[in-house]
Write a protein that binds this ligand. Sequence first.
Ligand SMILES: *Cc1c(COP(=O)(O)O)cnc(C)c1O
Length: 403
Amino acid sequence: MSNKKPKANPAEWATATQAIRAGSHRTEFGEHSEAMFLTSSFVFDSAAQAAARFAGTEEGNVYARFTNPSVQMFEQRLSVLEDTEYCLATSSGMAAITTACMGLLNAGDHIIASKALFGATVQLFVNILSRFGIETTFVDGTSMDAWEKAIKPNTKLFYSETPSNPLTEILDMRALSDLAKKHGIYNVVDNCFCTPALQKPVEFGTEIIIHSATKYLDGQGRVLGGAICGPKDLLKDKILPVLRTAGPTLSAFNAWVLFKGLETLNIRMLAQSAAALEIATWLEAHPAVSKVYYPGLKSHPQHELAMKQQKTGGAIVSFEVKAGSEDEARAKAWQVIDSSQLMSITANLGDTRTTITHPGTTTHGRLSPEAREAAGIKQGLIRLAIGLEDVGDLKKDLVRGLG
Ligand SMILES: *Cc1c(COP(=O)(O)O)cnc(C)c1O
């Protein structure tokens, strides 16, 4: 075929090239942009071929709950980016976490998780997996001692995120994966905030990586999606059977949107991080602001570790407004949020549009005051997920409420 070129090795490419070129498959029509395969099933040449495909003795597509070329292109591109052997796409980030846990765990097993997790992940562990006999202990993720002390004979899985939401705590991925390996425990890290453009957990020994593709991988707030990246045999033997049978499959349409979203991942992450650093530096010097949480700032308590693991500080900036009491702080924070004209008041993140959130009354609103205090979520806290608008316009938007 005239449009075929010699096969390149995507593993040798830099991230920007991988995000644009890896996993691409061209059909006989020679399309340049990848095709979208909106089909629920696939036809066979013969009854014998159908039998072989179903028996698994012949590779190939059967039914879209199992495989679909659009989904596979997304999986291949993401596994090249994460430098893992394999990737399984799912219908959402939560579907990825649920599917991974169902595949790797049995009733009677124990999870140790970092306290600073996405809210729905905590609820999955506490309210749902517990009903199937899987118990979770939450620890201060930054204390390796706490992880080690929480290990029990039935501990099967470590679960963490770094940086954490919304206070951007950094977890030492190398130390955690060494501990997991020493005790034969699966080690799962949610890489949603950094994406492989800024951080490759595999470089620090992490075994399994989770993505909410809904966030930065799409990058434009359009579709839901998720992924599990890791060793091929483990994913194929333990997790794929759950995905195929339970059916939290990524749709071909969403896979295609995500696949195209990845093409701008590298440049978006770098530009959004650069803007976030500028905003964080500016906020730190602002008289109405008492504290800024951003791993790219020297004042961040784990700045050095962050810079060892991440290419930049990321695009999430949280800060506290100055106030006397907690009530006053909430009023001041709400004033900043309500005075903004540009930023979107929404819980999502990873969009080209900057979002502004009050964690104390939204994402962490349902926690008891004591639990919220323990998590370090104060009423004066505001979380920004910096997008791609002009930084000057973003500052002007914050000044409306900050003064
Ligand atoms: C959003 C999010 C999830 C869940 O992803 P969905 O696609 O919304 O299901 C998991 N982890 C983190 C860190 C997230 O931000």
